[in-house]
Design a protein around this ligand. Structure first.
Ligand SMILES: [Zn+2]
Length: 201
């Protein structure tokens, strides 16, 4: 386990070797959202999603909130803080697909003792190749302001030519476009980020 030295003694009650060997993506934050530990599966996950320079962006001690888009940040900040404060487990599913594969993860966040932080585990539930190869880039994805609107959760793109249509456009997942603005598509907002349906237990 890659662990901040200061926390070695404090977390000695945990089986860190078990976390280390796990295929689940595991990281630990303190109650200020500072990254204090992560396992090798996290390294692989982070490199696949954020690129090889992930360690310069998120070394141990970094604030993990910098990695969230604004829309998602409010949600996680709220539920992670509640889980830590109330010593309740937080459960949530999220998508993290590659251009060719649909991936769904289940996240469980367990509070550390004394409200000092959170162990966040991410278990891969589904990984399936997309049945449909998706859409090519098209003018239908450019809004009036010249920006492309992408769901920050499922990464589908708003199709401005059809009402409530969101398309899978692999090229925009493979190569993030500087003209992309993020929001939630109505389906993700209702299904994954409906605060009334999300819980700590
Ligand atoms: Zn979505």
């Amino acid at each position: 386990m890659n662990l901040l030295k200061d926390y070695k003694k404090k977390l000695s009650y945990l089986d860190l070797d078990d976390f280390s060997a796990s295929q689940d993506v595991i990281f630990i934050i303190n109650n200020k959202f500072k990254l204090i530990a992560f396992n090798d599966a996290w390294i692989q996950f982070a490199e696949n999603n954020d690129g090889k320079d992930v360690f310069s962006k998120f070394p141990l001690g970094a604030d993990i909130r910098a990695g969230f888009s604004n829309e998602i940040l409010d949600f996680y900040e709220r539920f992670y803080s509640t889980a830590i404060k109330n010593q309740k487990r937080f459960e949530h599913d999220f998508e993290c697909s590659s251009p060719s594969k649909f991936r769904l993860y289940h996240q469980s966040a367990y509070p550390l003792r004394d409200c000092s932080g959170l162990i966040v585990t991410n278990h891969l539930l589904n990984e399936d190749p997309f049945e449909n190869p998706g859409e090519e880039m098209s003018p239908a994805y450019l809004g009036e302001n010249g920006f492309i609107t992408q769901c920050c959760h499922c990464r589908k793109i708003k199709n401005w030519k059809s009402l409530n249509k969101w398309d899978w456009v692999p090229v925009l997942v493979a190569k993030p476009n500087p003209l992309i603005s993020h929001t939630f598509c109505p389906y993700c907002l209702e299904y994954y980020y409906n605060i009334d349906k999300t819980f700590c237990s």
